[in-house]
Design a protein around this ligand. Sequence first.
Ligand SMILES: [Zn+2]
Length: 370
Amino acid sequence: MNNKDYYQILGIDRHANSDEIKRAYRKLAFKYHPDRNINNKQEAEDKFKAAAEAYSILSDKQKRLQYDQYGHENYHEFDHQKSDLNVEDIFSSFGDILNDGLGGFTDFVETTKQQGDNLRIKIRLELNEINNGIIKKIKVKRMKFSKDVQFKVCPLCHGTGSINKLSHTFLGQIQTTINCTQCFGLGKLILRIPRGVNNQGLKQVEELINIKIPAGIKNKMHIKVLGKGNDAPFGLGQKGDLIVLVEEIPHPNFQRNGDNLFYDLYISIPQAILGTYEYIPTFNGTVRIKISPGSQGGKILRLKGKGLPQMNGFGRGDLFIHINIWVPKTISQEHKLWFQNINKDPHFAPKHNQNNKSFLDKIKEIYYND
Ligand SMILES: [Zn+2]
């Protein structure tokens, strides 16, 4: 709360008419406008606010009447709003009175912020590349700022990018700083754009870009390569990014589920009966697995840690081997007779024994009884 009475602040007597009040305020607002008081901005702003507060009350007939009745000390209790006044509010609520000349206060020069466009490409990866992680060298067509664009210093702002604007308002002449109207704040003008360069000073180039593919990356994931998108217009501002969409090429032998791999193994009827060793080509070397004599089709073997690496770098998924028994479609007459004979043997009759786990039980066992 200003100790000074509103009439004192505006330097007018108690019988001043509305024109005198306006004239007094205009004089003070002009005198204490923060743009004109760079060296003692705070003090000027305080005085400016005080004048605005005084004017807001005395220019309103109803408020002035109350103010006169209650006196300066008591009046503030009736007007809570004024304590919230800040310079921005003053400008917005008095905009029509102060005219556009003071608008410059909030319209300081803003440098043109620009960003180059992002580029998007798709990259197809083999499962073994995903297993190892890889640096892919990809040719990307991007827009690059051409060093051959010739500029000249803006004659209007002399390279500063801003100009002073003199406005004539009822407060008098007010000088504000705005973006240069000729170069839009760049400080320079284009003198010559060479052939093959667009009107933003950009030229298409083909660049070989290294894209680091982390091991374990998944299908449809994105990799962002910072600053490898298009340059900003005229190279002024941040470069765009290169967004790489990962597409996994299906593998002929392995199916992927997260970090786990699934492999279908086919063994012959005699191998299922007699047992055998099989060699499985995994991404981390060949693994020899033992098929026990009397193995049933549908059995699932789990090779721990032989799946794909986890992207966080901790551990690997598992490799699941699904055993299938290969049944030939055609056999010789001799074998046919042999199998007909064997089929009479009670050992070959299927038995649903209590120890044989159902398919569902096998899956449950694999996932829950680690
Ligand atoms: Zn300029």
